[in-house]
Design a protein around this ligand. Structure first.
Ligand code: SF4
Length: 638
């Protein structure tokens, strides 16, 4: 089999059994692999309303057919499970060497169910696997466990949880290869509930491609596309901090104070801006295998201790820790990131937790002080929440549940969609990523920043070029841009593009994806696997994958009423200095009120071919996508 390893590893932790089954042709044909394959397996295997911590809950890992080849940035591993934070089915993706090693071990997917009586880890190797005792690993931190397992096995990929996952913190994550965090809705806790401390993957198998010459030529052209982008060198130097100039630099402020205030851009720049990043934080950069960009970094941290940490990016942590938690300088931000990863906890929801504690204290609900300044407070809260120590036990349930514990009226203090706090604010910039926060079936999260609207005020010609590249049909382009730019309609195609890339295993970061088009993916896929899949069919597959994610959540009872704009976005402005920001359309020409928000949702469902009242896929859409029998089996339609 070309491109694919051809096997799925099925693991039952309750019975301590592993078995290898063949990857079916229909799974490849309809869902490609990676995210698509994971969702198909999850929809086939899971039942409605299973608790995320039940032994009957599944965790599915998958790599796409391009992972392990020389296609640039083809390193992504996807994970799917039901999240304890939101009780939605959600996904995560990340990658360093884990994906490559999983393929080398001989598997496209690893499907895990059950619950071990004692702590265990899973060792996956050259066509086999073993469930092994993890008594000596339980209670140890992410870095320690990763190092221990790498020492035991030599070159391998390691996915592990920290103390937060063991303690079932609802926003704990699993950390891949010490660097990439997976599953901000509580994937760490899902592993913890199974008594699964880690997954190790290793092997010596390679990936064979069907037409070596054609594949290498196309891969090289894609590398050239990536490297000839005008922002390529900037991205190599600044990594995700490249976004600074195109987001913060233009507005000159950062949202903070529980999405109520704005931190002056000058202050942010002095504390943790691009200059500080390059001169004081960044030690060197790292590359995932086959990536010509290499924007992962080794950062220097300072604060309680000094040392180095592998960061997947700096922009997000700067936003969360720097502006929202008021941690101070770049070195301390890197330390907070290090500590959050060490315990295995999501830094975005941690920032929402810090902001909630400040509200609770201001309103007199709690007296406990976690520190004299933002840095000390954040560090102490990371520990308290991860270990469920004192108030940390309540906060570990996630900010929405924690707020509710102190009074129903406090829930509105936590900006959230479907129980998940978003990492960005639509009033700051209302591009596809902000609209995605509303309609993402898994909750208030956006899919990585590859849509040009992540940058403020991208020209319509730039957006149209992007639409052409990802294969948006001509009639849809008209609907997106006439009479004015419609962010909701465009979001549908960005989601499908993301689903396609992640099903194939391609990294979704801006500098990588701008080197790809649906046409180049079709050529790469055909030469890698020997399976001809024209661009139109690939686009349809991306759409099918996203619809299946939606179906899993429709089965759990989610509908249009859950795709709700946060009230604060609609009713309150962000304020700071002489800047006031209300929810406006992407080009900031028109205010978005309650009725406009509803109209945008109507447009989104119309573009998706979903029922506007319920916000769920119609039967005719499911028939068109050949998902009707799956939906019937899932009990979503009759
Ligand atoms: S862009 Fe960054 S995350 Fe993506 S493959 Fe390259 S190094 Fe890895």
């Amino acid at each position: 089999m070309y491109g694919y390893a051809g096997r799925i590893l099925m693991v039952d932790l309750s019975k301590r059994k592993v078995k290898s089954v063949e990857l079916s042709e229909s799974l490849i044909d309809f869902f490609l692999g990676g995210l698509g394959g994971n969702l198909k397996l999850a929809s086939d295997l899971t039942e409605r309303w299973v608790h995320p911590y039940s032994p009957d809950a599944y965790l599915v890992l998958g790599v796409g057919p391009l992972v392990g080849t020389m296609a640039p940035g083809a390193v992504r591993v996807s994970a799917v499970c039901k999240f304890p934070l939101t009780e939605t089915y959600g996904f995560a993706s990340g990658g360093v060497v884990f994906g490559l090693m999983m393929k080398a071990a001989g598997y496209d997917h690893v499907v895990i169910k059950g619950r071990s009586k004692k702590p265990v880890y899973l060792d996956v190797f050259d066509g086999g696997a073993e469930i092994l005792d993890a008594g000596d690993l339980w209670g140890r931190d992410v870095y320690d466990v990763t190092e221990e397992l790498q020492g035991r096995y030599g070159p391998c990929g390691v996915l592990t949880i920290g103390r937060a996952g063991e303690k079932l913190v609802r926003f704990s994550v699993a950390i891949m290869d010490s660097c990439s965090s997976l599953g901000r809705g509580g994937m760490g806790a899902v592993m913890g509930s199974k008594n699964l401390k880690a997954v190790v993957v290793r092997g010596e198998g390679g990936v064979e491609v069907a037409d070596e010459k054609a594949f290498s030529e196309k891969a090289l052209v894609t590398v050239e596309e990536i490297c000839s982008n005008p922002h390529y060198h900037m991205w190599v130097r600044f990594g995700s901090m490249t976004c600074w100039e195109f987001r913060t630099g233009l507005i000159k402020a950062w949202p903070c104070d529980g999405w109520r205030g704005l931190m002056p851009g000058k202050e942010a720049e002095t504390l943790f801006g691009p200059k500080v990043f390059v001169e004081k934080v960044k030690e060197k950069t790292l590359s995932c295998p086959s990536c010509p960009v290499g924007d992962r970094l080794i950062a220097k941290f300072t604060g309680v201790e000094e040392g180095e940490v592998c960061m997947s990016q700096f922009f997000g942590p700067a936003y969360a820790f720097g502006a929202r938690c008021k941690v101070g300088d770049g070195g301390k931000i890197a330390y907070c990131y290090y500590l959050a990863n060490k315990y295995g906890i999501d830094y975005t929801t941690l920032a929402s937790t810090v902001e909630l504690v400040r509200v609770l204290r201001r309103k007199g609900y709690v007296k406990v002080e976690f520190g004299d300044d933002g840095f000390e407070e954040t560090v102490n809260l990371i520990r308290a929440v991860s270990l469920r120590d004192g108030l940390g036990g309540i906060l570990a349930e996630g900010p929405v549940r924690a707020a509710a514990k102190f009074g129903r009226g406090l829930i509105e203090e936590v900006v959230n969609v479907k129980g998940m706090d978003p990492p960005l604010d639509g009033r700051f910039n209302f591009g596809t990523e902000a609209f995605e926060v509303i309609v993402n079936p898994m909750g208030g999260h956006y899919i990585p920043g590859f849509s040009p609207t992540f940058m403020i005020g991208a020209s319509t010609s730039k957006l149209k070029k992007f639409c052409d590249r990802i294969g948006v049909p001509k009639d849809a382009i008209r609907r997106i841009f006439v009479p004015y730019f419609n962010v909701a309609r465009m979001t549908r195609y960005v989601e499908d593009w993301y689903a396609l890339l992640t099903s194939l295993g391609v990294c979704c970061r801006q500098p990588i994806t701008q080197g790809y088009s649906v046409f180049s993916l079709a050529e790469l896929y055909a030469s890698a696997t020997g399976i001809k899949m024209p661009p139109k069919k690939l686009i349809k597959t991306g759409e099918r994958v996203w619809n299946l994610l939606k179906l899993l959540n429709v089965r759990e009872g989610f509908s249009r009423r859950d795709d709700a704009f946060p009230e604060r976005w609609l009713k309150e402005p962000l304020r700071g200095g002489n800047i006031t920001m209300t929810l406006m359309d992407y080009y900031r020409s028109k205010r978005i009120g309650v009725d406009d928000a509803e109209k945008l949702l109507d447009d989104y469902y119309a573009e998706r071919g979903w029922d506007p009242e319920s916000g769920v896929p119609t039967e005719s859409k499911l028939v068109e996508l050949e998902l009707a029998s799956t939906a019937r089996r899932m009990g979503v339609i009759e």
